[in-house]
Design a protein around this ligand. Structure first.
Ligand SMILES: *Cc1c(COP(=O)(O)O)cnc(C)c1O
Length: 491
């Protein structure tokens, strides 16, 4: 096939741009109006609803060959996607642990996509915003200005970044060159038995194996037992392991327990270990006037993972890894062929941000965080965190004053574990009953809770990371749990 001529190329020229921008403008305005209406009326809709079979079937269809007018594509999204959400932006969603989004953040995501910049690096404004947001998060937890950081997809990757730097910095060999096979003493990481499951994935991904993560028992408040930790480190040293890293959790996923970070920083310093904090839930307590004291010591960590898509309510996804020692952070990830090492001028004269993580291309997640922080200011986010902690205490009071509800854990921060526990039911029946309550709450669209088991007791779990929740929502939760509980008892 010979070369094309310019007229030939022109004759077949195609683009993804619309033939007429004014036609998409009208639709785009309607989408915005619909979106505003959708958010404005979120409280009136069910938290979640089961998907009809026809809708499930729609999403089995093969990739389309032929075009569909954008109007119709949007209609399908509106009727069959937006109508069936997971539910986490609803004021009565308290399952697992996630933020509830915000409109400004959504606009930020839209604008970030419109600009389309790649945060792999370079000299452009998005890179400045990205690094400014990292700097703001660094300041929020009291990390030194020289610390580095990177925005990632979420807490799991943020923890993986921190633990990777920890592994490489503590390996005692050139781990990047030699690999884990060259380790003569197997490395050990320590965390409480309440540690999030992503840490297991991380040590496995890092080639260290699940056994490299020693789970240390917790005290009566589900915080890592410091004496047991010391003993485990000593035992491992005696057995020829290489203790490398202590992972503190600021807000456990089960019950919101916050490890004694100051004490852990002390132990890590004495034992010469890396100190990583999983702050996905609680790191940002540091900006909440009433509750900042709970995470004192986080500023002494070597690395911290935190999650702006939780208590900053950024729309998914955005997590952040911060590392105190910028050089160690960069040495872990930088692969810099000469030609990428910075042009004196032009687009490549900025920093190569991909030197601080796994990704090369990265989206402009910073903008949604930046815009919401600019709009509201940090103090408001701090108050919203305090508000959720106060709401959890209020919910715990409601539980205490409404038998046969039983409070399973006194809430430390914003997670309340409780169950419907009429007399005479064994653990198995209690679990059945509470699971049924949880499912009926979801299926009726009233509220979304999840469940967990704490020291053998199965319970419902309400994690209030939600800027839309009002006290009445919690009253309704309690009255519905009691009503459904009685309904089950009578059936
Ligand atoms: C949510 C969470 C994670 C994982 O974060 P993702 O953003 O879901 O990847 C890790 N640790 C804790 C304590 C969490 O709550």
């Amino acid at each position: 096939m010979g070369a094309f001529t310019q007229p030939e190329l022109l004759a077949t020229l195609e683009t993804l741009d619309p033939p007429d921008w004014s036609s998409v403008s009208a639709l785009a305005h309607r989408i915005i109006d619909d979106a505003v209406g959708h958010l404005g009326r979120v409280r009136e809709r069910p938290v979640w609803q089961p998907l009809p079979e026809e809708i499930e079937a729609l999403y089995q269809a093969p990739v389309p060959d032929r075009p569909t007018p954008l109007e119709d594509v949007y209609r399908q999204v509106k009727d069959t996607v937006l109508a069936y959400p997971m539910g986490n932006i609803h004021p009565r969603f308290w399952s697992w642990y996630m933020g509830s989004g915000n409109f400004t953040g959504a606009l930020g995501d839209f604008l970030a996509a419109i600009q389309g910049s790649n945060l792999g690096g370079g000299r452009h404004a998005a890179a400045l915003v990205d690094q400014q947001v990292v700097g703001w998060l660094r300041d929020m937890i009291g990390f030194p200005e020289a610390a580095s950081g990177t925005l990632v997809s979420g807490g799991s990757v943020a923890n993986l970044v921190g633990l990777t730097v920890a592994r490489n910095a503590m390996a005692g060999i050139d781990l990047r060159e030699e690999g884990v096979a060259a380790l003569t003493e197997p490395m050990r990481f320590y965390a409480s038995d309440q540690v999030h499951s992503c840490h297991r994935k991380a040590v496995e991904t890092l080639g260290l194996g699940n056994k490299a993560l020693r789970r240390i028992p917790t005290d009566s408040r589900y915080r890592i037992d410091l004496e047991a930790l010391r003993a485990a480190i000593a035992e491992d040293r005696a057995r020829g392991f290489r203790p490398a890293c202590v992972i503190g959790t600021a807000g456990t996923v089960n019950s919101g327990a916050v490890d004694d970070l100051t004490a852990l920083a002390g132990i890590a310093a004495e034992e010469n270990l890396w100190f990583h904090v999983d702050g996905c839930i609680g790191a940002l307590l540091s900006i909440a006037p009433e509750n900042a004291w709970r995470v004192k010591g986080i500023e002494r960590a070597d690395s911290v993972a935190l999650d702006p898509h939780k208590w900053l309510h950024a729309p998914f996804e955005v997590g952040c890894a911060l590392v105190r020692d910028r050089a160690k952070h960069r040495e872990t990830f930088a692969v810099s062929p000469e030609f990428l090492q910075g042009m004196p001028r032009g687009i490549a004269s900025g920093q190569w941000l991909h030197e601080f993580g796994f990704q090369t291309s990265r989206g402009f997640a910073a903008l949604k965080v930046w815009m919401a922080l600019m709009e509201h200011g940090i103090a408001k986010f701090g108050r919203l965190i305090d508000q959720n902690v106060a709401q959890a205490a209020f919910l715990a009071d409601l539980v205490r004053s409404n038998p046969p509800l039983e409070l399973i854990v006194e809430p430390e921060i914003n997670i309340v574990c409780f169950r419907y526990a009429p007399q005479g039911l064994n653990e198995e029946r209690l679990k059945e009953t509470n699971l049924e309550i949880m499912l009926r709450l979801q299926e009726t669209g009233v509220a979304a809770l999840s469940d967990t088991t704490i020291r053998g007791k199965h319970c419902l779990r309400a994690a209030i990371c939600n800027h839309r929740t009002r006290p009445d929502d919690l009253n309704l939760l309690i009255s519905e749990v009691l009503r459904i509980g009685r309904e089950i008892a009578q059936s």
